[in-house]
Design a protein around this ligand. Structure first.
Ligand SMILES: C[S@@+](CC[C@H](N)C(=O)[O-])C[C@H]1O[C@@H](n2cnc3c(N)ncnc32)[C@H](O)[C@@H]1O
Length: 214
């Protein structure tokens, strides 16, 4: 029994075990895994950010799951602004715009939890990680979802780095630390990550980055 999965089913996000319209077993089934491995204390969480609001299913799920948190949501579709609530704050920000993401995070962060469920475009997944990982609280977590789009050409450019490749480079850097040799270009891609990230968990279609505790 997973409370988070129950709430995902209630609000009909495909992060739950069933699909958005209740199709049995057709969801991504992220939520049971998140709850099993999360080290976040539900009642202590104060700020959650999700990129990708759509109709607000997951935003409402987070709002109920984290009773003391403000839930921030970013999207490019104006309809996302219709998702409202006492602890819900939606803004129109394009996740491909690193400067806009940074400005948003400087104004509203740091966050206990960041969930990236936006365009699923490879370069956008990488921009999100590079820009927002430094805006996690100590002990905070960043989840990048739907990484299986790395295997679908329409989400990237031929020869471009995929989301999965970026995550694996980060894992390699964490596993090998200074023993991992990388080009200057790769160094700037992983962006001093090991200063604040001490572990990464890989699961089906997604990865979770854990910020070092205080
Ligand atoms: C998969 S849906 C989000 C579903 C939602 N998280 C849920 O579980 O209920 C993806 C959302 O990302 C938004 N999106 C697409 N491209 C984006 C971009 N460049 N920046 C921000 N949001 C984007 C879409 O408008 C859409 O609402």
């Amino acid at each position: 029994m997973s409370l988070l999965n129950e709430l995902g089913l209630k609000y009909r996000t495909d992060k739950a075990v069933d699909g958005k319209r209740g199709e049995p077993g057709k969801g991504h089934d992220y939520l049971r895994v998140y709850e099993r491995f999360s080290m976040l204390e539900r009642t202590e969480v104060r700020k959650v950010l999700e990129i990708g609001v759509q109709k607000g299913a997951s935003i409402r799920m987070w709002e109920e799951y984290f009773p003391s948190a403000t839930i921030y949501g970013l999207d490019i579709a104006e309809s996302a602004l219709n998702v409202t609530g006492d602890r819900i704050r939606i803004q129109l920000v394009d996740q491909s715009d690193a400067a806009a993401l940074k400005a948003f995070a400087e104004q509203n962060g740091p966050f206990d939890l960041i969930v990236e469920d936006g365009s699923h475009i490879w370069s956008h997944q990488i921009i999100g990680l590079q820009t927002l990982l430094p805006h996690l609280k100590p002990g905070g977590q960043y989840i990048v979802e739907d990484l299986h789009t790395s295997y679908a050409a329409e989400f990237g450019e031929a020869g471009g780095m995929t989301g999965v490749q970026y995550v694996l480079k980060c894992c390699e850097k964490i596993l090998g630390s200074s023993r991992v040799r990388s080009s200057n270009e790769e160094d700037s891609l992983i962006h001093g990550l090991s200063e604040f990230i001490d572990s990464v968990m890989v699961l089906r279609y997604a990865a979770v980055f854990f910020a070092k505790p205080a």
